[in-house]
Design a protein around this ligand. Structure first.
Ligand SMILES: Nc1ncnc2c1ncn2[C@@H]1O[C@H](COP(=O)(O)OP(=O)(O)OP(=O)(O)O)[C@@H](O)[C@H]1O
Ligand SMILES: O=C(O)[C@@H](O)C(=O)CO
Length: 426
């Protein structure tokens, strides 16, 4: 299998978001969970997205995992590797976007890396290096209250500088609007001045097409689905993509079994989606303090689900509003409480699958990562899109047989997302 585009995603929902964008823009794509075992039979594809769970781990661990994935992708022919980060730049000052970008660049011989989290389809735009989420600057958006990576600075040149050894520059919209030659000239000028990473503005898809064309001439880039769109369209324009691949309709052929939703995302969109789900299906709100106190709350949740699941889909949610999350974190610590709740929701997801669930929706990047790891799913094919950034996924090589999943990024999806997802999974 020779691939044209490789990507390393820092979480599993982000990986499925990118894989969806690459598929929609003409690349045959598979999403692997970590570096796949050599025995796993993967289809012939143009792009591989390796999902890692490294968004909130110490930077040195993220670098080790990402550079191993990069070697695996290069050995399979990838001439360009995109480090897929969150469109809201989720990270802390000790975060890993800078360190991983620098490590991937060094592994590819150095040079300057284009960086942009813009994803206009979901309202993420970058202007003069400042990230906007919908109409709000990042630091005023709901991301200021994120449970693991609260974002307090919208100036990405500043944010990335705090995480980087090298200098960070800006390619502003004026250069981008002037087209690929102007971007190339600006990138070269920054490189000559010793800059190793350049935040790029982008507001419209056309900006990302320009950036994708220039990024493809370099070995590494860092960004979200918008840059994926630019890279995919540039590859298609280059004529190097063969047609074919698994049709989306085939990816969602029925798997049967029961269906369930597990939520650990505390994002504003997920909280609203849970409220709406409560009108049409049984929803169990877990008690986070009891989850942290011991296994009883998990056992109670599994028993609650067992009594209802044969009659239709159910929802189990740890999600809570920012004040409740903050209170728990002040008692138990941010990482410890997040990790304990992810472990609990992953055990519940696995128990539901053991009881016959074959169609599973998981809300939240960390939550999805923990659940998919516990289920030991090796890879996914990409089906049709449920909402911007969220496709239906079909497992590849799964020990429990074929399953359909949707891994929903916290802030993605309309308010009826859960019902909409299940309506596409049979
Ligand atoms: N009630 C709660 N109190 C404190 N932390 C919680 C609670 N419920 C869930 N969590 C933790 O909050 C974190 C939510 O992160 P997760 O990545 O799953 O969602 P998200 O950030 O909304 O999604 P994404 O990363 O895709 O945008 C997880 O670590 C989860 O375990
Ligand atoms: O880019 C995004 O916003 C998402 O794909 C994501 O990474 C959220 O976890």
């Amino acid at each position: 299998m020779a691939i044209l585009l490789g990507s390393i995603a820092d979480d599993y929902t982000g990986a499925s978001d990118l894989a969806n964008t690459l598929t929609k823009n003409g690349l045959r794509t598979v999403q692997t969970v970590g570096i796949p075992d050599p025995s796993l039979a993967l289809p012939d594809v143009d792009a591989v997205v390796v999902s890692l769970k490294i968004r909130s781990v110490p930077a040195a661990d993220a670098v080790t995992a990402a550079t191993s994935a990069e070697q695996w992708l290069r050995l399979r022919g990838a001439s360009h590797v995109l480090y897929k980060i969150c469109s809201t730049f989720d990270s802390t000052d000790a975060g890993n976007i800078g360190p991983v970008t620098e490590a991937l660049s060094q592994a590819a011989g150095g040079g300057i890396v284009l960086v942009t989290p813009a994803f206009p389809e979901t309202g993420r735009t970058v202007y003069l290096g400042h990230l906007f989420v919908g109409g709000q600057p990042l630091n005023e958006s709901p991301l200021k209250d994120h449970p693991l990576n609260p974002m307090h600075d919208a100036d990405l040149v500043r944010v990335l500088t705090r995480q980087s050894h090298g200098a960070v520059g800006l390619i502003d919209l004026t250069a981008i609007a002037a087209g690929p030659c102007a971007v190339k000239a600006r990138l070269e000028a920054l490189r000559a001045a010793g800059v190793t990473a350049a935040i790029a503005d982008a507001i419209f898809e056309q900006d990302l097409e320009t950036l994708g064309e220039i990024a493809l001439e370099t070995p590494v880039s860092t960004g979200a689905s918008g840059l994926g769109l630019g890279l995919a369209r540039a590859l298609v324009r280059s004529g190097r993509i063969s047609s074919g691949g698994t049709a989306p309709a085939d990816v969602i052929r029925p798997v049967g079994g029961l269906s369930a939703i597990v939520a650990g995302s505390c994002s504003k969109a997920t909280l609203r989606q849970l409220e709406v789900a409560e009108r049409s299906m049984p929803v169990l709100r877990l008690d986070p303090e009891r989850l942290l106190a011991g296994p009883d709350e998990i056992a109670a949740a599994i028993s609650w689900a067992g009594d209802r699941i044969a009659a239709g889909p159910i929802v189990v949610a740890a999600s809570a509003a920012p004040e409740t999350v903050a209170r728990l974190q002040s008692l138990y610590g941010r990482d410890a409480s997040g990790h304990a709740i992810e472990t609990a929701t992953s055990i519940i997801a696995a128990e539901l699958v053991a009881r016959g669930v074959r169609r599973l929706v998981v809300a939240g990047g960390e939550t999805s990562g923990a659940a998919v790891d516990r289920l030991a799913i090796p890879a996914f094919l990409i089906g049709p899109e449920i909402a911007a950034g969220v496709p239906v996924l079909r497992t590849v090589g799964n020990a429990q047989g074929d399953m359909l999943l949707a891994l929903k990024s916290g802030n993605f999806g309309g308010e009826d997302f859960f019902a909409a997802a299940l309506a596409m999974m049979h």
